[in-house]
Design a protein around this ligand. Structure first.
Ligand SMILES: *Cc1c(COP(=O)(O)O)cnc(C)c1O
Length: 376
């Protein structure tokens, strides 16, 4: 149903890829006084969060989590500069904006790398690595889900190759964690990167690194030329439930509350729920002129490409709806439904519908109905 003018200002539903719709108890906590943090109580909060994350990520005994007050990109940078040096060479899978970000970080840190560039929306066949002499690399870097195009990679297969070749396996799971299956142990992941504003559905500003015992050893030995992002301090202080600097205390309080709820459900049930939402939506738009863009879609979101052929020839709305960006604008302004537009080369051809956060099947059926109306 179209919203009356002005009505959407009161209420918008976010189908974005972060921040996402938050849960009532998170919202309640957001309105409470942030506590002082150099206390035994807050120490317990940090240690509990670490244990829950280790459990949900299925990390090996002896793994650690560190909490950074930074968006996810800060954690990507911290992962790279604490485990790689200019003596190393990294191999990076680049299927879009977030893969390219790994390359930019390496460039700034003077770390040599080779990028395997994929066509937007294309999947990655681990067989492609056979063309590379893996002995010349120290690490493989990949986004478990390339959020700019909706593509999910085969992390288990990549992990097996890393293990067989002694490569450190660094995985940005910022948009995959709790949406697609992630197991640090069975997928051989050494560094897992997570952030607060995606499937955890918290306020932005907190990112987390989960480190395997092997990654911890490397971090402990590293000489890092960043004061704030040198992880040794975080590991040291984290052992007693503290952070070297003032953390995003409020977001950590939200995280504890959320992880307590999630732990009870379990990671695989959460992945199943996200999968069910994604499936429901994809089913609901079957027959509509929007093609699924990713070859191997993540449960986190559905990237859609409007198909000119299917759109009404004479409808004014349908004329506009030939552009993905125009669809985003119509949905937001006329319906109060906020999907995620793409930038750059994909601006007019792709928009993304997120399945993370506090969304129900009803929300997706409303969105599907709006997409149907727009195409007419
Ligand atoms: C959201 C996201 C990030 C982090 O972006 P920030 O804006 O820095 O939080 C990194 N990688 C992926 C795959 C993401 O989806």
């Amino acid at each position: 149903m179209k919203k009356e003018q002005g009505e959407h200002k009161k209420q918008q539903t976010l189908f974005t890829v972060g921040p996402v719709m938050m849960f009532p108890s998170t919202l309640r906590l957001g309105g409470t006084q942030v506590p002082y943090f150099r206390t035994p109580e807050f120490t317990t909060t940090v240690l509990d969060c670490e244990q829950s994350l280790i459990l949900l990520a299925d990390a090996a005994i002896g793994s650690r989590a560190v909490f950074l007050t930074a968006s996810g990109t800060g954690a990507m940078e911290a992962a790279i500069i604490n485990t790689l040096s200019p003596n190393d060479r990294a191999l990076i899978i680049v299927g879009g904006t977030f893969g390219a970000r790994f390359c930019e970080i390496c460039k700034d840190a003077a770390i040599a790398f080779d990028a395997i560039e994929l066509e937007p929306g294309a999947s990655f066949d681990p067989e492609m690595l056979k063309a590379y002499d893996l002995s010349q690399y120290s690490a493989l870097l990949v986004n478990a889900h390339e959020t700019s195009t909706g593509v999910r990679y085969d992390i288990a297969a990549l992990g097996a190759i890393c293990r067989a070749n002694g490569l450190l396996f660094i995985v940005d799971a910022i948009s995959a964690f709790l949406c697609d299956p992630i197991s640090m142990i069975s997928m051989g992941i050494d560094v897992l990167i997570v952030s607060s504003q995606k499937a955890l559905a918290l306020a932005p500003g907190l990112s987390m690194l989960l480190l395997s015992p092997r990654a911890i050893e490397i971090v402990e030995r590293a000489h890092v030329s960043s004061y704030y992002f040198g992880l040794k301090k975080y590991l040291q202080d984290g052992a007693r439930g503290q952070t070297p600097f003032t953390p995003a205390v409020g977001v950590l309080m939200q995280l504890l509350d959320r992880l307590d709820a999630l732990k009870a459900i379990g990671a695989s049930a959460l992945v199943d729920q996200c999968h069910a939402r994604a499936n429901y939506f994809r089913h609901a738009i079957e027959g509509l002129p929007y093609a699924i863009f990713a070859q191997t879609p993540s449960n986190a979101l559905t990237a859609l490409s409007p198909q000119k052929e299917g759109l009404a020839q004479d409808g004014q709305q349908a004329q506009k709806a030939r552009s993905a960006y125009a669809i985003y604008e119509i949905l937001k302004n006329d319906y109060g439904l906020v999907v995620t537009p793409n930038g750059g080369a994909l601006k007019d051809t792709v928009f993304r519908v997120g399945h993370m956060g506090n969304l129900t099947k009803k929300d997706f059926s409303i969105l599907a109905a709006a997409l149907r109306e727009i195409a007419e």
